[in-house]
Design a protein around this ligand. Structure first.
Ligand code: NAD
Ligand code: MG
Ligand code: MG
Ligand code: MG
Ligand code: MG
Length: 340
């Protein structure tokens, strides 16, 4: 059984006694900075010169500084820039300004696990990774709840890295829901596998194939969209509430029987072997190397794949259909369609 932590296991005064620099003000950055501030922590947001996020952070009453200045004054540096920029950001602006005993905190283990960032021995290296998007981390905190977190210590230079990690997890609201102890290696490899094989990669491909099969057989795209994409949310909500078993209980016996006899025809044992190959590429660092090499070259492969994905006919069908149920539209005003 995993080791679990709740609010009573952590001491808020540990993080409240430190100066914290949050680098980046995106999905996770804004949520961590605001939740820390509301938990009584001294926070400065570190941003690039000319960052469009500076005004947003200032409007919230947060202190904003250059990355260099925020880091120089900090006991704890929270690196919440995109994974692919963290290596150069660390080498050029963080490391040269870092106090010798400052702690480094991440929300995903990518750069530590694959060796793109190698902190000197004097730094605590900690991870507090919320298991949900940043906007939910903020919304749940404001509602008096929290998003569960997983917590890890890679390097315990101070001898108090765990106290600091749990205190931080409590300050962003994570221990109201619960924290699970993990390692940088476990978090990184399982996070990448989950998003590639199931959540993002697997699901997107499954939905696209389902849409293609129906429309190529002559069925209306709008009807296909409802069957293979729109209803997916309802099914996933049931799984989230009560596992696959609750989903099967809720659907008709016809659907449940079809699940048993046709699911394994579509997702064959060969797919499991493919998943193992994906995991092997994650573990070996081959995926990380491909991603970072492409990003360093200006992301030509990434942009090409993104463009092709947006051209799939399911996207134009969905854009038109969703206008019919406008209440869905204003649920995510942060996302502008077609721009990501
Ligand atoms: P994001 O893309 O939403 O935001 C990154 C922010 O970093 C930008 O808004 C900007 O303020 C800043 N930034 C961008 N480029 C920069 C540069 N070159 N120099 C300095 N600052 C720069 O990122 P995110 O999705 O919040 O991801 C941050 C970290 O959190 C990553 O390690 C990610 O894996 C992890 N994480 C994200 C989520 C999520 O919900 N998005 C969930 C769990 C963990
Ligand atoms: Mg994840
Ligand atoms: Mg991830
Ligand atoms: Mg149906
Ligand atoms: Mg049933």
């Amino acid at each position: 059984m995993a080791e679990l932590y709740y609010d009573d296991d952590a001491d808020l005064s540990v993080i409240a006694g430190k100066k914290v620099a949050v680098i980046g003000y995106g999905s996770q950055g804004h949520a961590h900075a605001l939740n820390l501030r509301d938990s009584g922590v001294d926070v400065t947001v570190g941003l690039r010169e000319g960052s469009s996020s500076a005004a947003k952070a200032t409007d919230e009453g947060l202190k904003v500084a250059s990355v260099a200045d925020a880091v120089a004054g900090a006991d704890v540096v929270v690196i919440l820039a995109p994974d692919q920029v963290q290596r150069s950001l660390y080498a050029e602006q963080i490391e040269p300004n870092l106090k010798a005993d400052a702690a480094l905190l991440f929300a995903h283990g990518f750069n530590i696990r694959f060796g793109y960032i190698k902190p000197a021995a004097g730094h605590d290296v900690i991870m507090v990774a919320p298991k949900g998007p940043g906007h939910l981390v903020r919304r749940e905190y404001e509602a008096g709840r929290g998003v569960p977190v997983i917590v890890a210590v890679e390097q315990d230079a101070s001898g108090h890295a765990w106290d600091l990690a749990l205190s931080y997890a409590k300050a962003i609201g994570g221990l109201r829901a619960g924290g699970i102890r993990t390692t940088f290696t476990e978090e990184t490899e399982t996070d990448l596998f989950g998003e590639q094989a199931v959540l993002c990669g697997g699901t997107s491909q499954l939905v696209q194939y389902g849409f293609e099969v129906l429309t190529e057989a002559g069925y209306q795209p709008e009807v296909a969209y409802f069957e293979v994409l729109h209803e997916l949310k309802l099914i996933v909500d049931l799984m989230w509430e009560g596992g696959i078993a609750k989903q099967r209980w809720s659907v008709s016996d016809t659907a449940e029987y079809g699940d048993y006899v046709s699911g394994p025809r579509v997702i064959t044992p060969e797919v499991k072997e493919n998943m193992k190959a994906v995991l092997a590429d994650i573990q070996s660092g081959a995926f990380a190397d491909r991603f970072i090499t492409d990003q360093d070259a200006g992301a030509p492969e990434f942009k090409d794949l993104r463009g092709k994905g947006e051209q799939h006919p399911i996207e134009s069908t969905g854009r038109e259909l969703r206008k019919l149920f406008s209440w869905v539209e204003d649920r995510d005003s942060d996302y502008t369609e077609g721009s990501a």
